[in-house]
Each structure stands twice: as C-alpha cells, then as structure tokens.
Design a binder for this molecule. Structure first.
Ligand SMILES: [Fe+2]
Ligand SMILES: [Fe+2]
Length: 359
C-alpha cells in the first residue's frame, strides 16, 4: 500500500486540518516495525522570510506560509516533541520582522529550537536575536540523542566589519542569492573550538543531530548553498557512528551522504528556490542521489513550499517527511546499515513523477 498516496488522497478529500490531525499516528511503528528502542518525532519549519512593507504592513503571502505551518504542526497527533525553526525568520533582519515572526510562532503548542539564518543576522550581527530569541550556538540532549545547533552563516571579518558603509547595506548585500559581492558562509574557528569541546563529552555511539542554516557541505558557491569550512566540521563529526545534519537556506528538498554523515534540507514556508544544476552552472551541483522536487508552479503561490517532520527511530534509522503543500509529499529515509538516504517512493527513476509543464 502506498501510504503517501493514501494520505494525499485524504488531504484532498477531507481538508488539510482534519488530515493534519490524522497524519502521523503510528507512523513510526508502521515504518520501522515493533523493535525495541526509543522513537520520537520533531517538526521542522524554516525560511519564513517575514517581510515588512512599512509600519504594521507585512507581505501577506509569507505570513500565510508561516501561519499554515504553525497550524498544521499544532494538529499533529501525537504532538512532536519540539519544533526546529531552521533560520531566516526575517527578510532584512529588522526587529519588526523578527517580532512579527515570533508573534506567529508563539501559537505553537510545543517548544521551539532556534537556528539563525543570514537574513536574521547581518543587520545587527545577531544582537536582537540573542536578546529576544536564542543563543547563536548551543547543544542539548533529547531521549538519548545529542543535538548541536551551529551558526553556520558567519563570514570573513573584513567583509562583515569593513566592507560596507552601513549595517543596512551589509544586510542588503547578504540577502541576495546570486550576489558576486557576497561572501561565503563559515562556521569559523572560535565555534569549531566550542564544537570540539562539546563533542568531547559525547560517547561515539551516541546518535548526533546537527542543526545549521546553510548546508555543512558544498553545493553551489555562487548562490551560497555552501559553507566554506564545512570539511572542518565534518572532520569533528567523523568519529561518530550516526550523524544527521539538518538545514534550511536552500528552500528545497535536498539530501546527501558524505562518509558517516547524512544531510537533509527542508523547504521554506516563503518560496522555493530552483535547483542550481537546472542552470547548468557547474562544477558544484546537486548531489546525484537527490530526487528533485518538481519545479514550482508560479501560478500556485504555495507550490514548492511546506514544512517537515523527522522520526528518530533509535539505532534503526531516521525518516524525514517532507510535507509539500501543492506537490507530492515525500519521505527520505536513512536506515542504519544502508549507505545513503533514499526516497521511499521516488528513488527509483522509473517511479518518478513526470516534471510539470508550464505554458
Ligand atoms: Fe532563506
Ligand atoms: Fe538563508
């Protein structure tokens, strides 16, 4: 039986709210069998890009995307243990945008773990975020899993502190996707030293989940789908048996495996980016194993957007569920013992949905 198809059919027939309430019940047991070991689920919402027009006016489409995700996460039954917000809450780092986003997110009925994005950071270099939202990097333990949150969108000191006449100009430069004046993201040595110390206290057979905004590997530099010192982070994660890196920023389904580390990106609630490979600007491109999302239909404002939820199934593996609002939902699963994550339904090229055609 195709669970995804049943669920989509139900979504269309019964309405999103009823379906959201019905979705995840028993999903972990169905997916993984009734073996012992603790399982839990958390949700992932990212890249809301709340945008102030002026005064109390904000771009409604982006507000609605975030509101829809909050509503659906609140209808999960059983509730997720927590929600990760993957960064880029604001568009231009303004207090008003962060406050407006927090106002929407405060309706969540479970705790939030916060990751900062470049759109939240480059106006005041994270000052307001730290006052109002969260530290920029930290770690916590949950049901035997060690979670690490990194601020992966730092860059060179010269670019940050000397290049631009005003903070607003710096923010505008970093907010562009394809800006030749931009600067590559980095974790930087100070945070790497903190990470090394944090991981020194963790047993090597403990499951690790690392939360960052940018991918902690190199996809495509001209769009900053990239972290320049990613290899240094990977080297610190290498001794661990099971490592998941979850990130936002790329606004699309994307997954990869490098050695022992699995990488999964989630969609935005605001808008989807195209895949960089679609413009043939190689050499750095989307990992071969990633099954693309269908290109978003510009006539459907929510196409290519959505949110996600993650089932941690102890030492048996991890399942990433992509709740695409106007497109086929997807599950990308990394089972322990398997070399790489795979899409339950579409990994086989013969089973893929024909790309949408637009006229
Ligand atoms: Fe973003
Ligand atoms: Fe971003």
């Amino acid at each position: 039986m195709n669970k995804g198809m049943d669920r989509r059919t139900f979504l269309k027939g019964a309405g999103a709210l009823a379906a959201a309430a019905a979705l995840p019940v028993g999903l972990v047991e169905v997916a993984w069998g009734k073996k012992p070991g603790e399982t839990f689920t958390f949700a992932y919402i990212s890249d809301a890009h709340i945008t102030q027009i002026s005064g109390p006016q904000f771009v409604k489409n982006f507000d609605k995307g975030l509101q829809k995700a909050v509503l659906e996460v609140n209808f999960m039954d059983p509730k997720p243990d927590f929600v990760v917000f993957g960064g880029d809450l604001a568009q231009l780092g303004k207090k008003e945008e962060i406050d407006h986003g927090l106002e929407i997110l405060k309706d969540l009925t479970v705790p939030v773990k916060w990751v900062i994005g470049e759109h939240d950071y480059y106006l005041d270099l994270g000052k307001y975020w730290q006052e109002k939202v969260s530290p920029l990097h930290y770690s916590f333990d949950h049901k035997g899993v060690h979670f690490v949150v990194l601020n992966s969108i730092l860059t060179h000191d010269d670019w940050t502190h000397k290049r631009w006449p005003t903070a607003e100009e710096r923010m505008h430069q970093m907010a562009r996707l394809d800006n030749p004046e931009g600067s590559p993201f980095m974790v930087k040595d100070e945070q790497l030293a903190w990470l090394k110390g944090d991981l020194a206290k963790v047993k090597k057979d403990t499951q690790l989940v690392v939360l960052s905004h940018s991918p902690l590997y190199k996809v495509f530099k001209p769009w900053n789908f990239w972290t320049d010192d990613a290899e240094k982070v990977q080297a610190l994660l290498k001794p661990f048996q099971s490592v998941q890196v979850l990130h936002g920023h790329v606004h699309q389904v994307l997954y990869n495996q490098i050695g022992n580390i699995s990488f999964n990106a989630f969609m935005a609630t605001a808008w989807p980016w195209p895949y960089p490979v679609s413009y043939n600007q190689l050499p750095n491109k989307v990992p071969d194993m990633t099954v693309f999302m269908n290109r978003a239909d510009p006539f459907k404002e929510r196409d290519g957007t959505g949110w996600g939820k993650i089932d941690i199934a102890g030492n048996r593996g991890v399942a990433h569920h992509y709740e695409l609002w106007e497109n086929s939902s997807r599950t990308v699963r990394k089972e322990s013992g398997k070399k790489q994550p795979a899409d339950d339904t579409y990994q086989d090229p013969k089973k893929r949905i024909t790309p949408q055609k637009h006229y």
